[in-house]
Design a protein around this ligand. Structure first.
Ligand SMILES: NC(=O)c1ccc[n+]([C@@H]2O[C@H](COP(=O)([O-])OP(=O)(O)OC[C@H]3O[C@@H](n4cnc5c(N)ncnc54)[C@H](O)[C@@H]3O)[C@@H](O)[C@H]2O)c1
Length: 389
């Protein structure tokens, strides 16, 4: 039985996404489960080295956190060049801030590593395409995180579609967001990094979320033909990690209609300034002629044509129909693994075994493009066509 080690340089891993989703819930979880079993004779085993600027934060993750999760420590260094120089490290992964991404990817390309990174790959399309071309010209395997594709609920939507549950799909509504505390109130600390609310640091709702909506919509419902969008900075002052007030310059809410090539209308509201009274932090309603589904992050509920109630508009009486009662949950017939971990396993297989992996930097650039076009639509107050990349 061969256990094939795959060294991974994990950069920017002390951040929110790096620590929780990529280190603990993906790489350490894969190590804990005994690697990625390919066959009775082969298992792939990731071996991370954590890189970043803060030695103490890295040591905490590599020693305390790793010890708790997998019973042993992992490597770390503040010397990225050193980690990239080690031929055992086959993959470079980046979860640093968006504006730092290009510099790190360029370094890793020079070191001939396979490149995997968080979205967005850049804040403008030209730069995202430049990075995609850079890795392609160097002949390197590459990928971008598109985690929402493996959310249990979206897998259920994909299944319902394949089963023909919807019939013709008419429209899709996405409602995303929750209240992100400003840090201005006593005992209500911020729960997202402050750079997310500064455009000059790569923050903003459109650049953050439209790259998700791009691959979600395209993969589940089809190619996007055009869009119209409006953004806003609802709250223009927040407090940073150090407690100091700062000017929030980025859009913290965004409203968009994406028109698909087949005529389906997808409307997405995204906001960090809204309070949740719905099933989950993200809900997507898919209305088809034969049935409708509403998906949260994990669960999905369906109502077919035959179970659709007939409401009567009458505000003079209490609503006689309990609309929530007319829905059936889609059962959890399988165990759904963490979405980030699933994509990591696919990337490891891609690197080690040449298996296909279609979520590349070039695909990621399409998400950046949609965000950039969204901002253009907002500024110019008009519909914009989405050109093929
Ligand atoms: N896939 C998703 O659902 C998802 C969700 C949130 C964020 N993200 C993306 O992940 C990335 C990180 O976001 P986050 O929320 O974790 O932010 P964060 O601010 O918590 O983390 C960023 C990390 O990068 C590090 N960093 C910054 N500059 C660096 C440098 N020069 N050298 C080394 N390390 C550096 C920071 O110290 C920090 O550890 C962003 O690009 C963001 O768009 C993706």
């Amino acid at each position: 039985m061969e256990v094939r080690k795959i060294g991974i340089v994990m950069n920017g891993v002390t951040g929110r996404m790096g620590t929780n989703q990529h280190l603990i819930r993906s790489i350490l979880a894969i190590m804990k489960q005994g690697g990625v079993k390919i066959s009775d004779s082969l298992t792939l085993m990731p071996e991370p080295i954590l890189t970043g600027r803060s030695e103490s934060k890295l040591r905490h993750l590599a020693e305390d956190v790793a010890l708790k999760e997998i019973g042993r420590t992992v490597a770390y260094t503040v010397n990225l060049d050193h980690a990239l120089g080690d031929a055992e490290n086959k993959i470079f992964f980046d979860a640093s801030g968006t504006l730092q991404r290009a510099g790190f990817v360029e370094k890793a390309v020079k070191a001939k590593k396979a490149i995997y990174c968080e979205k967005p790959t850049a804040t403008v399309t030209q730069e995202a395409l430049r990075l995609a071309k850079l890795v392609e010209d160097a002949g390197l395997k590459n990928g971008v995180v598109q985690d929402k594709l493996w959310l249990p609920s979206f897998r259920k939507i994909a299944m319902l579609k394949e089963l023909g549950f919807f019939g013709k799909i008419l429209s899709v509504r996405g409602e995303f967001g929750y209240w992100v505390f400003t840090g201005m109130d006593r005992d209500q600390p911020i729960q997202r990094p402050s750079w997310n609310y500064r455009a000059e640091d790569g923050g903003g709702m459109m650049i953050d979320m439209f790259c998700h909506w791009q691959y979600v919509i395209t993969n589940l419902f089809g190619p996007i033909k055009s869009l119209v969008a409006y953004g806003n900075t609802d709250i223009d002052e927040r407090r940073a990690e150090d407690g100091q007030p700062y000017k929030a310059t980025a859009d913290d809410s965004a409203y968009a209609i994406f028109l698909l090539e087949d005529g389906t209308v997808c409307q997405f509201n995204s906001s960090w300034c809204t309070r949740v009274r719905r099933d989950d932090l993200l809900t997507i309603q898919v209305d088809g002629i034969k049935g409708t589904a509403v998906a949260g992050l994990r669960e999905a509920w369906v109502q077919g044509a035959a179970e659709t109630p007939k409401p009567v508009w009458n505000p003079d009486i209490a609503q006689p129909i309990d609309f929530y009662k007319g829905w059936q949950p889609v059962p959890n017939n399988i165990t759904y693994d963490n979405a980030f971990k699933i994509q990591w396993e696919l990337f490891l297989r891609h690197v080690a075994l040449d298996e296909p992996f279609r979520w590349t930097l070039r695909e990621g650039a399409k998400g950046v493009q949609l965000a950039e076009l969204g901002m253009q639509s907002w500024k110019e107050k008009r519909w914009i066509d989405v050109p093929a990349l």
